[in-house]
Design a protein around this ligand. Structure first.
Ligand SMILES: Cc1ncc(COP(=O)(O)O)c(C=O)c1O
Length: 502
């Protein structure tokens, strides 16, 4: 209570665990307290409010102004983050939408979450923002403690170290570099073997003979980011890759499962076995041998493509058999959305992945690893100015505390099961509009295909919901971890309205 008061918030006595939106927000939201939708926070809207077309007049004016200085062609909607709260995003015209897209799957515990506001106002946070360290050279005296109480507290099983980064692409890119350095070190005969003069000279001519013979294997329709290395492993849409020089790296088919799963057991098992055989073939035969295989637990940007735990166990087996590292890209699936903290926790792997990359809901980024040999043999081989950001690491720590305080991963598993069951009912009623429903038992990480997907998404706003798509036809649901059954009911009602008003 004392700490809430210190942060300028009024504690709510009746609802013991529920805390209030900051007072400025409470005024702007002007919501009656009699019918609260969120059981976590007082002050969340009771439901969507759509007052104008979206964009409305005020948004349109602001977009026109913005467009003179910033490319607005990818703009989805303009938001007013001073008024958005909890599961709801608010725009300049006062439209209040239930947000199940959540900044491309990146908001874990709601807009203006009071616990995060408190963390943001802490002297520790102020200090890290205004005295940002070049982490590789000048880490703060308490950096180990920030890591241990935050990022490393939720480290995947078997992984106890982290290299921090700035974004998902950066996390993957640095993981690839770690994989290449590890591989070359092995080939050279260990960490103590010195580089030759010839190696150093050819490196300066972009011609490292050993290293340029290596690759990273990724999957078709996968997405791993847009920096040069990560973009070479991204295979979701040509628009991401056009005109950008790329490495000649191999891609394996990701199993294309048929739905409902129960009706296609044999076919799907064959698709997975074929994909694993292709991976093994590429590892053995690609002219640039892969140092690592990177895989998303659920291919997200590429269309919400799932595979079974058995497939991923098979992938672990193949990579281990051939001495190739397995990198699990949890940038989009990590931090609770699948009903486990890490999506790969669903797989029951006999040994952990070699590296797990993260970003988005963590607000910070990086890769976890366990094998000390994945630290390069010399300093400055894996290095940049910021190497992450302590302010964002402190924010992730507050997010983790909030997740634990409210059991939000369990909440997501439960609400996800409820939502999935209800969408199954919708799919029976409107089979054309809810095709290939996927994500059973995967928390709220649910998707389905709709033949008029883009119209579906545009219409969703009219019915008060902000939803995203993935791949060519998928409607992807990416609610926050504070999404409850009551929010699910609002979403379900809106989706039924969308498909009955074509
Ligand atoms: C699985 C996955 N990996 C990597 C990335 C790239 O992350 P960022 O956009 O933060 O660079 C994304 C972004 O959508 C992603 O979904």
């Amino acid at each position: 209570m004392a700490s809430l008061r210190a942060a300028g918030m009024r504690p709510i006595l009746a609802a013991s665990k529920r805390i209030a939106a900051p007072s400025t927000l409470r005024q702007t939201l002007a919501v009656s307290s009699s019918r609260m939708v969120s059981s976590y926070y007082q002050g969340e809207a009771q439901g969507p409010v759509v007052k104008t077309d979206i964009p409305g007049p005020k948004s349109q004016e602001a977009i026109t102004k913005l467009d003179t200085v910033f490319d607005t062609r990818s703009l989805n909607m303009l938001a007013d983050y001073t008024k958005s709260f909890g599961n709801y995003i608010v725009d300049p015209d006062g439209n209040t939408l239930l947000d199940v897209y959540a900044q491309i799957a990146s908001i874990p515990v709601g807009y203006n979450n009071p616990a995060l506001v408190k963390a943001a106002q802490s002297p520790e946070m102020v200090n890290s923002i205004i005295n940002r360290p070049a982490l590789g050279n000048f880490p703060s005296h308490d950096w180990a403690s920030v890591l241990e109480t935050g990022i490393l507290k939720v480290a995947p099983k078997g992984l106890n170290q982290v290299f921090t980064a700035m974004a998902g692409s950066d996390a993957n890119e640095t993981a690839y570099k770690a994989a290449f350095m590890w591989r070359r070190q092995k080939e050279r005969g260990g960490p103590a073997v010195e580089f030759t003069e010839e190696e150093m000279e050819s490196a300066m001519n972009n011609q490292s003979p050993g290293a340029s013979q290596l690759s990273i294997l990724s999957f078709k329709t996968g997405f791993h980011g847009r920096l040069f290395g990560s973009l070479s492993t991204t295979r979701s849409k040509p628009i991401h890759k056009l005109d950008i020089p790329a490495f000649d790296w191999p891609q394996a088919t990701f199993p294309q499962l048929k739905y409902p799963l129960e009706e296609h057991v044999e076919e799907n098992a064959k698709a997975e076995a074929d994909a694993l055989a292709e991976v093994e073939h590429l590892i053995k035969n690609w002219h640039l041998p892969p140092a690592a295989v990177i895989v998303e637990p659920i291919q997200s940007e590429g269309g919400d493509n799932h595979a079974s735990p058995a497939f991923f166990r098979g992938l672990r087996e193949v990579t281990q058999k051939h001495g190739v590292l397995m990198i699990v890209d949890e940038v989009q699936t990590g931090v609770g959305a699948t009903g486990k903290f890490w999506a790969h926790d669903h797989w029951d792997l006999p040994t952990p992945p070699d590296m797990v990359t993260f970003s988005k809901k963590a607000q910070t980024a990086g890769y976890y690893f366990g094998n000390p040999e994945l630290r390069p043999n010399k300093p400055y081989r894996q290095f940049n100015t910021w190497m992450g950001d302590p302010a964002r690491a402190i924010l992730f720590r507050a997010i983790i505390e909030e997740i634990e305080r409210h059991n939000l991963v369990e909440n997501t598993a439960k609400v996800g099961d409820y939502l999935f069951g209800k969408i199954e009912e919708l799919a029976k009623k409107y089979p054309q509009d809810f095709q290939n429903l996927r994500g059973k038992g995967q928390g709220t990480f649910i998707a389905f295909d709709n033949p008029k997907r883009d119209q579906f998404l545009a219409k969703a706003k009219k019915f008060g919901v902000n939803i995203g798509g993935s791949g060519a036809h998928a409607v992807r649901l990416r609610p926050m971890l504070i999404f409850e059954k009551s929010h699910a009911d609002i979403l379900l009602e809106a989706m039924e309205k969308i498909v009955t008003s074509w």
